[in-house]
Design a protein around this ligand. Structure first.
Ligand SMILES: Nc1ncnc2c1ncn2[C@@H]1O[C@H](COP(=O)(O)OP(=O)(O)OP(=O)(O)O)[C@@H](O)[C@H]1O
Ligand SMILES: [Mg+2]
Length: 285
């Protein structure tokens, strides 16, 4: 993990804060994402079960949990891509069941598995997304796309077909697309997965810069170190239920004796079965 204190990163962050995105929000007070008693069933399976949490303007909220614990399902419900079985989602005060369009306008989404049109170039795709958001065509829009591509190191590939993009490049393109309409709410599902160290540092700086400008950011990650370093608050979910929530300090004080986020996470969601691992190793050895 590259530490984001280098001069270049500092400049990048300053630039974001000065020039990019968002009118100033009253950071830390306005709940931009409100999730209340949210439940989603898939047949017999309850993937998300009575989940309640909120993300404020100017806050990075980390949603953590083991594979299959309901993080992506929760995000898809917040985004209006999946209908809840029950419960309420409000984004920027808009109830998703009533004002989905207004809510969607506020959000940018970087999915876990970006589905991109492979027969377009990166540049064409960004213009397509910009048209959807009705961003006026012209030099300003082009400069904005170029700027995002430059920041994310994909400018050289902008005229290549998306089918030629690597996994990391696709994710960067997906992030650029999520940012083009300057969302006040950014939802990122494991955005750092498969990203090179420089890309990860850029994403981190963009995320921190957006937070400073009052964006509400909901992110999931399996890299606990990233969560620990970046998130103002963390929610740990297990089998669709919130098992712990708070700042790192609050989590630490609640978990007696557990020092690292990894310890806390494993004690709440179940650690490796060392006995079975030892048995397996004995057999193969
Ligand atoms: N469309 C679907 N139909 C049926 N079951 C689903 C569907 N989407 C998700 N699930 C189930 O819901 C549960 C939660 O899945 P989800 O993708 O939200 O987990 P996750 O926390 O994002 O996991 P990961 O860390 O692996 O990304 C899983 O058991 C999954 O199999
Ligand atoms: Mg997921």
């Amino acid at each position: 993990m590259v530490d984001a204190t280098t001069e270049g990163n500092g400049r990048l962050r300053d630039w974001i804060v000065k020039t990019y995105i968002l009118s100033g929000e009253a950071s830390g007070t306005i709940a931009m994402i409100e999730v209340i008693e949210l439940t989603r069933k898939f047949g017999e399976l309850t993937a998300v079960c009575g989940l309640t949490f909120s993300v404020r303007a100017g806050e990075i909220y980390g949603l953590l949990g083991p594979n299959g614990s309901g993080k992506t399902t929760t995000m898809r419900m917040i985004l209006g891509l999946l209908r809840p079985t029950s419960g309420t989602v409000r984004v920027g005060g808009h109830d998703l069941s009533k004002e989905i369009v207004a809510a969607k306008r506020m959000m940018g989404y970087v999915p876990e598995e970006p589905v991109l049109p492979e027969t377009l170039t990166g540049w064409e795709y960004m213009n397509y997304i910009s048209d959807i958001w009705r961003i006026e065509r012209g030099p300003q829009r082009e400069a904005e796309i170029e700027r995002l591509f430059g920041l994310l190191d994909i400018l050289d590939a902008s005229d290549d077909l998306i089918e030629t993009y690597s996994k990391g490049m696709s994710r960067k393109l997906s992030l650029a697309a999520a940012l083009i309409h300057r969302p006040r709410v950014l939802i990122m599902d494991e955005v750092q997965a498969g990203i090179d160290p420089k890309g990860a540092a850029v994403i981190k700086q963009i995320t921190l810069g957006l937070r400073e400008r009052g964006a509400a950011i909901l992110m999931s990650t399996h890299v606990l170190e990233i969560a620990e370093r970046m998130c103002d608050r963390i929610g740990i979910i297990h089998e669709g239920t919130m098992v712990a929530e708070g700042t790192m300090e609050q989590l630490r004080s609640k978990a007696e004796g557990e020092k690292s986020l990894e310890d806390i996470f494993l004690s709440l969601t179940g650690g490796p079965d060392m006995h079975r691992i030892a048995e397996f190793l004995e057999e193969v050895g």
